[in-house]
Design a protein around this ligand. Structure first.
Ligand SMILES: NC(=O)c1ccc[n+]([C@@H]2O[C@H](COP(=O)([O-])OP(=O)(O)OC[C@H]3O[C@@H](n4cnc5c(N)ncnc54)[C@H](O)[C@@H]3O)[C@@H](O)[C@H]2O)c1
Length: 269
């Protein structure tokens, strides 16, 4: 696996939230960290505060992704890539703008494939590298009101699982990290009922730990790991009742005032 001390790590969406906490944790463990983000002003500020290097990055743009990785890899190879950038829309699927749906898939799933495709050749050549794809519990458990998000995160989990098998024996390892709801801008204004709520630091520790173990999937918290199986095995009427009990009657409900800044930000530019 990867020794973090002295390793070079790229974190996408590192300006804030889970990405920022991850970058900070990796630096504390001795890594040299590059953060890429669409919000360059925030990334630059974060970089100064935590001791990382910031670079502009739009993960949905292959040219931008190449430039980020080339800059980070200019003076030595990239040992670890954390595909973290992600966005979340909420509400009934039929009510959503199709362009926004495509955007969510492009950021959350398409960009993960792009990042892996770009970083993998060098890692395979060196027979050394670790890739972390930040998925979500929504990649194991379906939730009405975030259907596109679920599709993207199930996609990330499936892709990571297949890729991990494909790369077995290559010296390159893949872990998907599946956090439950976490206190970041992404959940601002979201009505979370009866769910464990994590800090970004808890997720960051799971991402950093994955460099040292050989687990393909890590849920945060760990005790949620069997939830996917529970969803598969529970009869539908019970399952739907349970989802209503945990999620509330209004699936995908959120406070539009509290969520406005987040939504404005993810659709900027
Ligand atoms: N917050 C949660 O409850 C939660 C739970 C499970 C999984 N996740 C996942 O964790 C990851 C990080 O989410 P977060 O909660 O820290 O969100 P966040 O909104 O706090 O941070 C996401 C960062 O990604 C950046 N970003 C967005 N689109 C980008 C793009 N096209 N190119 C480059 N950067 C881009 C944003 O500018 C932002 O800095 C996401 O993949 C998310 O789906 C979050």
């Amino acid at each position: 696996m990867i020794e973090l001390r002295g390793a070079k790590v790229c974190v996408t969406g590192g300006a804030r939230g889970i990405g920022r906490a991850t970058a900070e944790e990796l630096i504390a463990r001795g890594a040299e960290v590059w953060i890429g983000d669409r919000d360059l002003a925030a990334a630059a500020e974060t970089a100064v505060e935590i001791g990382a290097t910031a670079h502009p990055l739009d993960v949905t743009d292959e040219v931008s992704f190449r430039a980020f990785l080339a800059a980070a890899g200019a003076d030595g190879p990239i040992d670890m890539l954390v595909n973290n950038a992600g966005i979340q829309l909420m509400g009934g699927f039929a009510d959503q703008n199709l362009a926004a749906v495509r955007r969510e898939l492009a950021v959350n799933l398409g960009a993960v494939l792009t990042g892996v495709h770009l970083v993998l050749p060098g890692m395979r050549l060196r027979r050394r590298g670790h890739i972390v794809n930040v998925a979500s519990m929504a990649g194991k458990v379906t939730t009405p009101g975030i259907a596109t998000y679920c599709a993207s995160k199930f996609g990330v989990v499936a892709f990571s699982r297949a890729l991990r098998a494909e790369l077995s024996g290559s010296g390159v390892t893949v872990t998907s990290v599946l956090p439950a709801a976490t206190q970041t801008d992404l959940t601002s204004g979201v009505r979370l009922r009866l769910q464990p709520i994590l800090t970004p630091e808890q997720v960051a520790a799971a991402v950093a730990d994955s460099a040292h173990h050989n687990r393909g999937e890590v849920t945060v918290p760990r005790w949620l790991a069997p939830l996917g199986l529970v969803e598969e095995l529970t009869p539908t009427p019970i399952l739907w009742w349970l989802k209503r009990f945990v999620g509330g009657a209004e699936y995908g409900g959120y406070d539009p005032v509290q969520r406005k800044d987040y939504l404005d930000r993810i659709f900027l530019g």
